[in-house]
Design a protein around this ligand. Sequence first.
Ligand code: HEM
Length: 406
Amino acid sequence: MATNAKHVIDFDHHSPVLRDNNTEVFKSLMYNEHGCPMGWSEHHGGFWAIWGYEALYAAVQDWQTFSSGHSAECPKGVPSTNYIDPLIPIDYDGQIQQDFRKVVLNWFNPGHARGMQARIQQICDELVNSFIERGEAELSYEMFTAMPAIVTLEMLGWDSSRWREWVDWVHAMIHDGVLDPEGSMEAVMNLYGSINKEISDRRDHLGDDLFSDMMRTPVNDRLLTDDELRNFALLVLLGGMDTTAGVTGNSLLLIDKDPALRQQLIDNVDQMPKIIEEFLRIAGPGGGLYRRVTADTEFFGEQLKEGEKVLMMFWAASRDPKAFPDPEKIDIFREENRHMAFGLGPHRCLGSHHARMMLSTMMTAIFTRFADFQVQWDGVERFEDCGSVYAVRHLPVTFTPGTRLV
Ligand code: HEM
């Protein structure tokens, strides 16, 4: 799509350059000579990227101009994916999006997350027990990928022993969309089929779980259709499974390279619920979240045209020097930390309270039970494409063997 952008950038969020050097890439975007908070990239058919905190803050509130809606004519993603049904509520705007959110708010408020604290702790203890005596572990699948997957499935009321199967489909859908579109679409079909089976299994015996509430709660005086239920549950899986794992893995890699930071964490482990905010800011999983411009408009000095796509760079905005002094420094005592890891505005993350609880519980376990872990860098594997979520697939470590908790 032609554009008269003032600030044109050579930026591709699916490129390994971003995956391997995101600090440098963000700096080159952020410290441009005109001080632009956004720019136009010609990659993938063309899109705007917004990285400045103030501009992104304004864009996420203005859902009338920056729509989350997609359609067959204007498919989601940069590049466009094969059109799949809109996820609920993330691909909707306005009142209906808020109405959909209300269906699940009882499950995603701070009180509900606090109520799950004991169970989250128990899952964490059991996971660590399973490898603590060995003195080595593959922390992704043995801990930080397993934990949010189990919690999400338990909230939905689904069989959590199948977490690995669900996670593999979610990973393929999120990470392989550009590199292996066919494999990714096959995973989507597996997800669709398995969710459909959960719907039919539950139809006549609803229980006390998130998915049953989705099935029994009317929206505008009608129950959700099977397609809507599937698209809602799928988003809970996508939001729940990959993101918390991403920030945990990213954080551990940073800590392994910084002995002073590791010691600070050991010394302040009781402050973990506050400390994790700094890791959400600096090591957040990013997220290729898009909007579509609904009408020609001027925005922060640029002329946006109807139909253009916009990449919301929450992870870059959380490192904007105008909002965070010394943004590249990991300061676990940072006072003002209004990071954007969970987004902002009408689509602000529903799972943030649970994510914080899981992240804090896992980090506390690590820095009390095997704080001397050493990353085995030869075995570290990132997901190749970080355009959707910046995360670690495999993270092997060694440590002084410990004892199981009874
Ligand atoms: C560290 C972990 C997490 C991060 C960084 C994160 C990040 C985000 C972000 C940035 C958004 C805003 C999307 C937008 O503006 O388009 C979002 C929305 C959402 N997240 Fe999360 N998320 C996390 C964990 C979770 C968990 C654990 C769940 C559920 C179990 C979840 C469920 C959702 C849902 C359902 C939405 C859509 C809300 C709406 O559209 O109204 N997230 N998340």
